[in-house]
Design a protein around this ligand. Structure first.
Ligand code: NAP
Length: 275
């Protein structure tokens, strides 16, 4: 069935892929910062309710994890309050609300990964703001999917792969941390799963969608260089060698107990590098 779908944050890494995924079969309304500031309550609720979409997909967020530590007010406005405004608007017009969250809502202490119902315990401000955004939806929304994902890479915007390829061009050796573990996820694959979820009969709730398998950043980098035929020395180092304003969780694997698994991250990476 053809739907009227509002995609927020369509210029972002994931937003771009969502547009490609849905544009052929649905009526899309695309908004980013030029069309709306989702942190402005009255304006946001009015604009979304006046538009009256069947589905609102929110890919807009404050995603600069380190900068977030120094921008507390703005981060909470965009990642928490705004999510509440969107949830309120969706409820008013009976629209399905899809929102994206992150492995950073957890502390990263759990070697075995985190199931969908694991308790929040974020260790940085970005994670705290995203956890609060989720709680807003759980409090307000009757029809929603909260999709947690991790370590996104995609064609649009900055990502780890492009950083590694640039460093390899500029240096003889690259140092990469080997004590943070997670699941790299191709934004294109995630967008395709979002579509399947929308077309499914799955109940409202929290879903974990990442590419399958886990690695640390060092292993990810080695794979990037191997697949790109780049002969560069990669040295594993501890996180202490790269101090960052925001603490990162050590183990942030998102266990998926609800949906069929996606392809492995190595296959997704190969596909990305082909392009
Ligand atoms: N990237 C990752 O590794 C990762 C991992 C886990 C989860 N996620 C989640 O996945 C979702 C998509 O992430 P992404 O990496 O695709 O994000 P992104 O590339 O940073 O895109 C976010 C978009 O939202 C816009 N935006 C920010 N504040 C806004 C506001 N107040 N009003 C309207 N638009 C605003 C941004 O505009 P400007 O560029 O002008 O700010 C940008 O176009 C987010 O919810 C993120 O938390 C991402």
């Amino acid at each position: 069935m053809k739907m009227k779908i509002l995609i927020l944050g369509y210029k972002g890494m994931l937003g771009h892929e969502l547009v490609k995924e849905f544009k052929n079969d649905h009526e899309l309304i695309l908004w980013d910062r030029e069309q709306i500031d989702i942190s402005r309550k009255e304006d946001t609720i009015k604009k979304v309710t006046d538009l009256g979409p069947d589905l609102v997909i929110n890919a807009a967020a404050y995603t600069a994890v380190d900068e977030a530590e120094h921008n507390k007010d703005l981060v909470y406005k965009v990642n928490s309050c705004a999510v509440g405004f969107l949830a309120t608007a969706c409820k008013e017009i009976d629209a399905l609300f899809i929102h994206f969250s992150t492995d950073y809502v957890f502390d990263g202490e759990n070697h075995n990964g985190y199931k969908e119902n694991h308790l929040y315990n974020p260790i940085n401000l970005y994670g705290k703001s995203k956890a609060l955004g989720e709680k807003m939806i759980l409090d307000i929304s009757p029809k929603y999917y909260i999709i947690r994902t991790s370590w996104l890479f995609g064609k649009y915007g900055k990502n780890f792969i492009e950083t590694m390829l640039r460093l390899a061009r500029e240096n003889k050796e690259v140092r990469v941390v080997n004590d943070q573990f997670g699941s790299p996820t191709y934004a294109k694959d995630l967008a395709s799963e979002v579509r399947k979820l929308v077309e499914s009969e799955n109940r409202s709730g929290i879903y974990h969608i990442t590419n399958s398998g886990t690695c640390n950043w060092y292993e990810f980098a080695v794979q990037i260089f191997e697949l790109s035929n780049l002969n560069i020395k990669v040295r594993p180092v501890k996180s202490e060698e790269f101090p960052t304003p925001a603490k990162r969780p050590t183990y942030s694997m998102l266990t998926n107990t609800k949906l069929p698994p996606m392809r492995k991250w190595e296959e997704a990476l190969k596909d990305y590098l082909k392009k």
